[in-house]
Design a protein around this ligand. Sequence first.
Ligand SMILES: [Zn+2]
Length: 322
Amino acid sequence: MDPCEVVVAVDLGGTRMKCGLVAADGAVLHRETRPTPRADARDGGRAVLDALLETVVELGQKATAEGHRVRAVGVVVPGVIDAEHGTVGAENLEWVGTPVLAELQAAVRAAHGDHVPIVLAHDVRAGGYAEFRQGALAGTTNSMFLPLGTGIAAAMIVDGSLVSGDGYAGELGHSKFIHGDAAELCACGQWGCLETVASAAAMARRYTARTGRTVDGAREVMQLLAAGDPDAAQVWHDALAALVDALVLYTTLVAPTRIAIGGGLVGAGETLLQPLREGVHARLTFQREPEIVAAVLGEEAGMLGAAQMAWDRAGADEEEQR
Ligand SMILES: [Zn+2]
């Protein structure tokens, strides 16, 4: 394997873009983060798209300047990616049917010519793919990656393949698990979604709503929980109940052997994982019980998955040309 061949990988998820130049063996030859501009509805998220294009082009130039050959580009973004049209809808980026793939293709073609393929994928699915190929889900054929972040989405490995559903699969965070008066309005427009109680953002928001006290994210809620704070205990209880429902549903439908929980909250370790295991164990009857573990690749998972997908594409294109 030529060590001077690289892919450009960018994960646009979160407030900072995670970027890398990654060799075929997975070695990250260069890594950096860049701020994601604040999305503005007035320009349809154009500033975010421009920053993404600029980042991809500059990383490619850096690779070339250092003597590497760019074999492919992998970009992963939040939201719903229409795989057929290469368009993205992402509320927090102000993108509505935004032609991200076409814009990337134009920018990459101008910088490198026609021969560099581009993969555009979902950030959570890419993170799950990285965990599957080189992380907590390695060696499984049926598994799930479930990061609890600003929102909740699942990356589903079914019979050895990452399921994308033409770009629409894995939205477990937008299944209704809270019913009646307790259901809160979700950003998606539905009431009582898993995300409204169990995302990291929701746990922090719900703690503040109960106590009037601002917290530094869900991590602080977990610390308060460990310290015996009753409001933190209630917020966690609600999150846990919905998460257990979601994991039991997923287990019943898809029979994973392992579930990797991701997001900053996994820093809470067994405080988070042990009640989930016990809750799921108590609810299963005939189903195969999954191991519930912490994801291991952390914030880099999406970028590493983007790189892996880009290398897969480069390899497939090579096969085709033979
Ligand atoms: Zn929702």
